[in-house]
Design a protein around this ligand. Structure first.
Ligand code: UDP
Length: 240
């Protein structure tokens, strides 16, 4: 029986680490190829996909600025550029898998990729193209989680899928507490009341404010994006 999905348009948030070799930080072509196949499968289920990728495999501004030789804003500029590198790698892998994709960057780099603007991004999605949203929000002191929620709200996505190392949101750290339980569905308000860490504070506040569903699932399952969005893999839905 074909798998069904309630989602029509989803923003997939990947951390930069999802593109790196298990023991490395640099881009790993087999990871990129597997991701591209997964996205191709998801599209086959009729889901329109936007992607926001982090840059943590390459640079995180807050971390490098701690050493004192670079200020936070400049460190964040490097981090945003790292997300552009990751995005172009994803676009390349998607195109190689036969999926039409275009990178749009919040940081203007017209000789490298399109600059992000909402209407053209909506147009690309309407045509069934994958839009890879690079450069985070374009501002320092933010994360790509915030960029993911912001773009999902702007681009009328049904949900943000946050692909993580664990298969959902737990009542406690499942690595430390064997009693920890995974929530299937929880509201934004319950997540706050129980002090559950779903995303960073700014990102979560925006998701709650814009009544956006967050789906948290593991990157480790085969074809994890498709598996989560079709319910083949477990996940946690954080709903308004
Ligand atoms: N970044 C930024 N503004 C944004 C998004 C990202 O300055 O709107 C920078 C910031 O330095 C961050 C880095 O880009 O550390 C990489 O993004 P992130 O840490 O979210 O990547 P992930 O942890 O998801 O791989």
């Amino acid at each position: 029986m074909p798998e069904t999905t309630p989602y029509r348009r989803v923003l997939v948030k990947l951390s930069g680490e999802a593109l790196a070799a298990p023991d490395g930080f640099w881009l790993h072509p087999p990871m990129l190829a597997a991701l591209a196949e997964d996205i191709r499968e998801a599209i086959g289920h009729g889901i329109e996909i936007a992607i926001v990728v982090g840059g943590g495999n390459l640079i995180r501004g807050a971390r490098i600025s701690q050493a004192g030789w670079i200020d936070r804003a400049t460190g964040d500029s490097l981090g945003m550029m790292a997300t552009v590198m990751n995005s172009l790698a994803i676009e390349t892998a998607l195109n190689a898998a036969g999926v039409q994709a275009r990178t749009m960057s919040a940081v203007s780099m017209p000789t490298i990729c399109e600059t992000y603007a909402r209407q053209p991004a909506l147009h690309h999605l309407d045509k069934g193209q994958v839009v890879v949203l690079a450069g985070g929000t374009g501002n320092p002191y933010f994360t790509t989680d915030t960029a993911a929620v912001l773009r999902a709200a702007e681009l009328r996505c049904d949900a943000v899928l946050k692909a993580t190392q664990v298969d959902g949101v737990y009542s406690a750290d499942p690595k430390r507490d064997p009693e920890a339980i995974r929530y299937d569905t929880i509201t934004h308000d319950e997540a706050i009341a129980r002090d559950l860490k779903v995303m960073d504070t700014a990102a979560f506040a925006l998701a709650r404010e814009s009544k956006l569903t967050l789906v948290v699932g593991s990157v480790h399952a085969p074809s994890s994006v498709t598996a989560i969005l079709t319910g083949r893999s477990v996940s946690t839905r954080v709903v308004p």
